[in-house]
Design a protein. Structure first.
Length: 348
């Protein structure tokens, strides 16, 4: 309001000075004789000089209002742009603000975007660091649990199974209790399988410094000493990314765990080969199989296999026929990757 009044008064003085200069050019030196007509001549009984000052005041007021309107419009536009300057897709499409303000707004937007990206990067790095720490603690705890379960519960179950087997062989002394003891023996053996499957899950997901072929070989050699079924395997060294190796190793663990717990198989075949620029991981058993659409007992493990395969851009196939067996197959597109074994042969 004060600026409006000051602007109006300033315009009045400027226009009055202009009017005085104009009259000076027309009427000459401002003497009573030369300028008498300004107050002697009137229009509807209003002196000419009064009409002149009224016009000057009206023009000053109108110009001041117009200038205030323009200033307010620009201020509103600038305020609107300042509020939008934090948006990532900020642009200046209109020309109703000054060039200097445009430049300042664009610089502010660029600075905000730089700070936003820096903050996002720091947040991501912090989250990744926290995830890494959590994963390391989880792996350490899994290893501790696996050791304790293997050293205590697993050995106790094995001892109980051996004792029950020895007792059930004494046919003459047991009589009618033999059938009950045989059922208990089966329950203990199933508990052993469940425990071995659990220990298989508790193994570290990461291969550390081992390749996928090395990790799978160690896993199978360890399982052959503990399970009742025979494991055939063919494993080749394949050049894969770290994520692909970790996910495929976990898929193999999941499939073997399902076989331990549910399949009741006598033979299992594991295949890791590369053919026609495609890496193939296949786990096949001759167990009791299941109906994929109806049997929910293995749905969680199968869902994990499917999710891990999709995460690394692989195609997967799970086929199971009741009383025939189950096949889990994952195919990895190798593209320009080469099989390490073939590369070594070429060098030789």
């Amino acid at each position: 309001m004060i600026s409006f009044i000051f602007r109006t008064i300033t315009l009045v003085f400027i226009l009055s000075g202009m009017a005085f200069s104009f009259l000076f050019l027309i009427l000459g030196e401002p003497t009573e004789e030369n300028w008498r007509l300004l107050w002697e001549q009137d229009l509807q009984e209003i002196p000419l000089i009064a009409i002149m000052y009224f016009v000057i005041g009206a023009i000053s007021l109108l110009v001041s209002i117009w200038m205030s309107f323009i200033a307010k419009t620009r201020e509103n536009a600038a305020t609107r742009y300042v509020k939008q300057v934090v948006d990532p897709d900020f642009t200046l499409k209109k020309n109703n603000i000054s060039r200097a303000l445009k430049k300042a707004l664009l610089q502010a937007n660029e600075l905000i975007e730089t700070q936003r990206k820096s903050l996002q990067r720091l947040t991501n790095e912090k989250a990744e660091a926290n995830d890494k720490i959590i994963q390391e603690r989880i792996i350490a705890e899994r290893q501790r649990l696996a050791r304790e379960l293997h050293d205590s519960v697993s050995q106790q179950l094995f001892a109980a199974s051996m004792l029950l087997s020895a007792v059930t062989e004494q046919e003459d002394e047991l009589g009618s209790s033999k059938k009950t003891l045989q059922q208990v023996e089966k329950i203990v053996q199933q508990a052993q399988l469940e425990m071995r499957a659990l220990l298989l899950h508790l193994r570290p997901i990461a291969l550390r410094n081992n390749t996928l072929a090395q990790g799978l070989t160690e896993l199978i050699v360890e399982l052959q000493q503990k399970v009742y079924f025979h494991i055939e395997y063919q494993i080749e060294e394949i050049e894969l990314s770290k994520a692909e190796e970790d996910h495929l190793f976990r898929i193999a663990q999941e499939a073997l765990s399902n076989t331990l717990r549910h399949a009741k198989a006598s033979e299992v075949e594991l295949l890791l080969v590369a053919r026609d620029n495609i890496g193939i991981l296949r786990i096949q058993d001759n167990g009791q199989g299941f109906n994929i659409e109806e049997d929910k007992s293995t749905s969680y493990g199968l869902r994990n296999i499917a999710e891990r395969a999709v995460e690394i851009g692989c195609t997967y196939k799970i086929v199971s026929v009741p009383d025939v067996g189950t096949i889990v197959e994952v195919k990895v597109p190798l593209g320009e990757k080469e099989i390490l074994a073939e590369a070594e042969q070429e060098k030789e």
